[in-house]
Design a protein around this ligand. Structure first.
Ligand SMILES: [Zn+2]
Length: 138
């Protein structure tokens, strides 16, 4: 019987990933070499074809909002941002990822299907902004 130690482990902790977002300015994800599925979430096996061996890849930093909600009671790191949007984004190159948008204070300020892009932030998680917004200086 295989012991737990024989199983491949996740290549990064969530913390590593989040740190990587702000340090590299890139979104990291995984790609299945067998069927090509791109996913933001590591798994032991591919969610589509079931084969093991997901390889790390870079995700497209643009996409469309597929769901969102406005958060009025934030965690400590986001006390200055509230209310803000917690968003689910379908990335152009594949993969669905959750993130936040500080410039969205009310539901009417964002629409399902709206274009957004990743904007690196020193805050935890993945920050998105409206696609048309100019890049932050520096
Ligand atoms: Zn696959």
């Amino acid at each position: 019987m295989a012991s737990h130690d024989d199983l491949p482990s996740a290549p990064h902790t969530i913390d590593d990933f989040v740190k990587g977002y702000s340090e590299s300015g890139r979104l990291r994800g995984f790609r299945c070499p067998h069927c090509g599925l791109v996913t933001a979430t590591w798994g032991l096996a591919c969610a589509r074809c079931g084969k093991v061996g997901l390889a790390e890849t870079e995700l497209t930093p643009r996409g469309r909002v597929s769901a969102f909600t406005i958060l009025h009671v934030p965690g400590d790191e986001f006390l200055n941002e509230a209310p803000y949007a917690y968003v689910v984004v379908d990335l152009d190159g594949g993969g669905r990822i959750t993130g936040w948008m500080s410039g969205v204070h009310q539901e009417k300020e964002l629409k399902i299907g709206e274009r957004v892009r990743f904007e690196p932030s020193y805050k935890p998680g993945v920050q998105f902004v409206h696609e048309a917004e100019p890049a932050a200086p520096g």
